[in-house]
Every structure is written in structure tokens, then in C-alpha cells.
Design a protein around this ligand. Structure first.
Ligand SMILES: [Zn+2]
Length: 154
């Protein structure tokens, strides 16, 4: 049994919304995902003390470097996250293996998208595809900050 998870996170990995803004955004998610009303999908709202990875699971195909356009390597990235898991990703800075540049791993080019966040609205088995640009704008307006989406397959 596998699951699809469509997540909305603030574009800023460190930012958390006020509870009212979070509630407003969850209400809009509920409008955009009919499967929630039907009971086929489930929504899960998470507040993390430290920055957490919101990854796309089996949908991750490649990680590119924005500095040299090389490939960072999914194994390198997995190892990095494992090493840093204990300190709750206190820093996102890392020296990438392709060109040695020091970058925030939040700025790497993930195919499909991944993100880092301290707040997440995750819809399990939404029964729909990505949010459209217009829908993301509505979600960002409700949250009060720009948002990103991650579509995971696990
Ligand atoms: Zn590079």
C-alpha cells in the first residue's frame, strides 16, 4: 500500500504562522481538496520546533546545484540529512560535492520539489494533482507568506 501526500509549506524554512492564519489556510485546503469532505483524504497539520525536511519520497529523481548546474547526488543528500537529523537541521548550509560551494540545501534544485519547513499542511491521498498557481496564491494569501508545495509518493 503506497500513499501520495500533497503538502503546503511556507517558502521560508524558519517561519511559522499564527494559529489563526494556519486555520484559515487549512480551511482553504479543505475547499480545494474535495476528497477531504468525502473522507477519502486526510489532512495533517504539523508544527516543528526545528526545521524539518519535507521530501517527495520516491518522486525524488535528481538534485541539481544552482551554482555550477552539476548534480549533487541523492546519496550525498541522504547521508547529510541523516548526519544532521540529531540536531534538528540547526543549519541548512552545506558544502556541495559538485563544486564545493557553500549553499543552503533549501536552494538546491530538487526534481521533484522538496522543501524545509517548521510548519506543514499535509494532505494524505488527496485524489488530485498539484495545486495550480492560482490556488497557491489563495493559500499564500491565507497564510500571509509565500508558499511552496511538495507532492510525495511513499
Ligand atoms: Zn555545484
Amino acid at each position: 500500500m503506497s500513499d501520495n501526500i500533497l503538502s503546503v509549506i511556507p517558502a521560508d524554512p524558519h517561519w511559522q504562522p499564527a494559529p489563526e492564519a494556519a486555520d484559515r489556510t487549512v480551511a482553504i485546503v479543505a475547499e480545494l481538496v474535495p476528497a477531504l469532505a468525502d473522507g477519502f483524504a486526510e489532512v495533517e497539520v504539523s508544527w516543528h520546533d526545528a526545521v524539518a525536511i519535507v521530501d517527495c519520497g520516491a518522486n525524488l529523481e535528481r538534485i541539481g546545484c544552482p551554482r555550477c548546474a552539476g548534480s549533487v547526488g541523492i546519496d550525498w543528500w541522504n547521508e547529510l540529512l541523516e548526519t544532521r537529523a540529531d540536531d534538528g537541521l540547526a543549519t541548512l548550509l552545506a558544502h556541495v560535492p559538485c563544486c564545493g560551494a557553500e549553499l543552503s540545501i533549501d536552494t538546491l534544485e530538487y526534481e521533484w520539489p522538496c522543501g524545509f519547513a517548521r510548519f506543514e499542511i499535509a494532505v494524505w491521498n488527496p485524489g488530485r494533482d498539484w495545486f495550480t498557481g492560482e490556488e497557491l496564491t489563495a493559500l499564500a494569501d491565507a497564510l500571509g507568506r509565500p508558499v511552496r508545495q511538495v507532492l510525495a509518493h511513499i
